[in-house]
Design a protein around this ligand. Structure first.
Ligand SMILES: [Fe+2]
Length: 299
């Protein structure tokens, strides 16, 4: 298994550690981001580990304020491969889950915390230093969202993918994220991408033969990782309560990739030849136009 710290981006992170990082992303972390975005995962560092909005108490207060639909919590002792339907239902309330997170074996996420003004400001401040690089490579930073993960010691987040550009900032406790390359059809078959583009669940089927394709990235408070759109990953939490803050955005590239897989779902259903989804799907303007026309015809 390779290590991301062997890469140029990793060397930049080492520089960050020695200089310190009083702001969300110090210059060396920004350089590591710029070296990797948007195609490759990269370890980064950040300065939010002691932020008062990201303590257990602040998160518990936020969970009380958010609508119930924005708080998802599950038992955290899960196998790497599990379907949404087979995931056991929680037996504790949200408040009980947070209060006893140290020993209840749970995994919880507060979704779209930017709906709260204080967290919206935190998300904007964290993303602003990245905007110039993002806009120059993948267009405007759209659909900005933030998530907070609170997990019990030993919890496992099963093998899955996400539709956004994501930076996961480790705030408390430790975890190891094993991340795999995006666009590997052995890991994510085309049919899965097509279903995912149309709303199918994020979880993927795990096979041990995949393991050597992944990179295990340890995350301690102050560490972060850039996770490309649909780069498969799973997470093992360490022996302490873990808090992670995820800052995400969409781009013309992520939208185009979803459109082309949706197009292929329609083409496949009609028995027609599929389009190739390239590494630069935003440039496939003819195919994207074809999708929009076909969607109108079948609507
Ligand atoms: Fe994820």
């Amino acid at each position: 298994m390779t290590t991301l710290l062997d890469s140029p981006a990793g060397a930049a992170v080492e520089n960050t550690r020695s200089v310190g990082h009083p702001v969300t992303f110090a210059p060396a972390a920004l350089a590591a981001f710029a070296a990797a975005y948007p195609d490759f995962p990269a370890p980064l560092t950040h300065g939010l580990a002691d932020h008062p909005l990201l303590t257990v108490d602040a998160i518990a207060a936020l969970a009380d304020r958010l609508p119930g639909a924005q708080v998802e919590y599950n038992p955290g002792k899960l196998p790497l491969s599990i379907t949404a339907e087979d995931t056991p239902r929680p037996t504790l309330s949200i408040a009980q889950t947070i209060r006893t997170i140290g020993d209840n074996g749970s995994w919880m996420v507060l979704k779209n915390v930017e709906s709260d003004p204080a967290y919206a400001a935190l998300l904007d401040a964290a993303l602003e230093p990245l905007r110039a690089v993002v806009e120059s490579r993948t267009g405007p930073m759209a659909h900005r969202e933030a998530f907070i993960f609170l997990t019990s010691p030993g919890s496992v987040t099963p093998f899955h993918m996400d539709p956004e550009h994501n930076i996961l900032l480790q705030i408390a406790g430790g975890k190891v994220m094993t991340v795999f390359p995006a666009g590997d059809t052995m890991l994510v078959p085309a049919e899965k991408s097509e279903g995912f583009a149309l709303g199918a669940h994020r979880n993927l089927v795990w096979d041990e033969v995949f393991r050597d394709r992944g990179t295990a990235v340890p995350l301690e408070p102050g560490d972060a990782i850039l996770v490309p759109v649909k780069a498969p990953h799973f997470v093992h939490n360490g022996d302490r309560v873990s808090i992670s803050f995820s800052i995400t955005w969409r781009s013309e590239r992520s939208v185009a990739e979803g459109e082309l897989h949706s197009f292929n779902r329609l083409l496949r259903a009609c028995g027609l030849p599929l389009v190739r989804v390239s590494a630069r799907p935003e440039r496939q303007k003819l195919a994207r136009l074809g999708y929009r026309l076909m969607r109108r015809l079948v609507a």
